[in-house]
Design a protein around this ligand. Structure first.
Ligand code: HH2
Length: 260
């Protein structure tokens, strides 16, 4: 199957599942190194929580959180580092510090982000979100959730390609302006996103729809996260964005051995 794992490194005080755990630079760097050793193929560094209802922080604050971590981590590990931000100035500083991919939850809506990626030769993750983190879960609506997201992603991919960005990944954005039913349908029909001709990334890890399905609290969703990751892998995901790298990798290795 040859799936890739993106390990999540949230340098924030308030992320929904690991807020405060890696807010300290040295703790964050150590976790990044650990995830690389566990087999992560990419490390995704974020300095602002995008959980439902979250309030944005300033670009200066965000840079202050992520840049020192990326500077150190990029010298210590070989795997590529992505910067999880929608702010062009944060992306630029992160790329200068050693990141090579921009993971943009607003999917290149900001032209300045396209310019930063082009100028620095960075890869991009184009993620779909309906609304903003503050309001996105209020009443998300779609016609056909998969086709609507696909059409939007298609336009953004064309924009990225026209600007000369070569490494383009797409992500339907689990939990970003989606109900439980939307998330389930996206995972069930994930294969349809392959028609975009880009690697498909998916991030169900520890998210609230797993809690709705199982009753599990956020710190008890490892089983659900691995279940969703495996199903996503079988249904067409190329890259799995996860908090629990070691455990997800092990589950994938078993599945790959059986289905190789
Ligand atoms: N999910 C989160 C953040 N960034 N990026 C992509 N491409 N896809 C996702 O599904 C995605 C993402 C939210 O998860 P997390 O980073 O763990 O939480 P928080 O935003 O609270 O820091």
């Amino acid at each position: 199957m040859n799936k890739q794992i993106m390990g999540i490194l949230n340098v924030t005080p308030d992320s929904f599942s690991d807020g405060g755990e890696f807010f300290d630079v040295q703790k964050a760097v150590a976790r990044g190194i650990e995830m690389a050793r566990e087999g992560a193929d990419m490390i995704d560094v974020g300095g602002e929580s995008s959980r439902p209802g979250s309030v944005p922080v300033s670009a200066e604050e965000e840079k202050g959180r992520v840049v020192p971590v990326i500077e150190q981590l990029s010298k210590m590990i070989d795997v590529p580092i992505s910067i999880d931000t929608y702010k062009p100035e944060v992306a630029e500083a992160a790329l200068e510090a050693g990141a090579s991919i921009i993971n943009d939850i607003t999917g290149l809506r900001n032209e300045a982000m396209v310019e930063v990626a082009t100028k620095q030769g960075a890869g991009v993750v184009i993620m779909h979100m309906q609304g903003t983190p503050k309001t996105m879960q209020e009443n998300p609506e779609y016609g056909d959730v998969v086709r609507d997201i696909l059409e939007w992603l298609k336009r953004q991919v064309l924009k990225a390609r026209a600007a000369g960005i070569e490494n383009v990944m797409v992500d339907p954005g689990i939990g970003f302006g989606k109900t439980l039913e939307h998330n389930v349908e996206i995972l069930r029909r994930l294969g349809e996103f392959r028609e975009l001709g880009c690697p498909v990334l998916i991030g169900p890890s520890r998210k609230s729809f797993l809690g709705k399905l199982t009753g599990a609290e956020v710190d008890g969703r490892l089983g659900g996260s691995i279940g969703a990751a495996l199903v996503a892998a079988f249904n067409g995901a190329d890259i799995l964005r996860v908090h629990d790298v070691k455990e997800t990798k092990q589950a994938l290795e078993v599945a790959e051995a059986i289905y190789a």
